[in-house]
Design a protein. Structure first.
Length: 135
């Protein structure tokens, strides 16, 4: 819907930014002749541990799509609804400054663990188009 909402507190935020560079090899050489851009996929992949507020979960917060049963599917299996793009913004809790922004993400995997005192711990894997740092 376009609004920015707080999902919870993040720890263990890890990501890998692939630039899309690919070596171009020559004949009879063990070294690349050139390292070309856009020769491979350019993307951001990562994971994070998200501690969500009590009474929420990843589906209700809109970061993962629900599993829906449309009825009449082959073998009556439920269907995973298509996910939408997300824009993750990670802020420093002490200064409220933007640390990193991952644009056009989709959640690739997730798992939930309920900790003591009903704290919801969510492991989220994601794939995004690009990252930007700071404001």
């Amino acid at each position: 819907t376009g609004e920015e909402k707080t999902l919870g507190f993040v720890s263990n935020f890890n990501f890998n930014h692939s630039t899309g560079s690919q070596p171009i090899m020559g004949i009879d050489s063990v070294f690349p002749q050139e390292i070309a851009l856009a020769g491979a996929p350019s993307m951001v992949q990562g994971s994070m541990t998200l501690y969500m507020l009590k009474g929420t979960d990843p589906i209700r917060m809109g970061i993962v799509p629900p599993v829906v049963d449309f009825g009449g599917t082959p073998n009556n299996y439920p269907i995973q609804a298509p996910s939408r793009y997300l824009h993750f913004r990670l802020y420093d809790r002490a200064t409220n400054e933007l640390v990193i922004s991952i644009e056009f993400c989709k959640v690739s995997s997730w798992s939930v663990a309920v900790q003591a005192r009903s704290v919801i711990q969510v492991q989220v894997g994601f794939i995004g188009k690009w990252a930007s740092y700071g404001d």
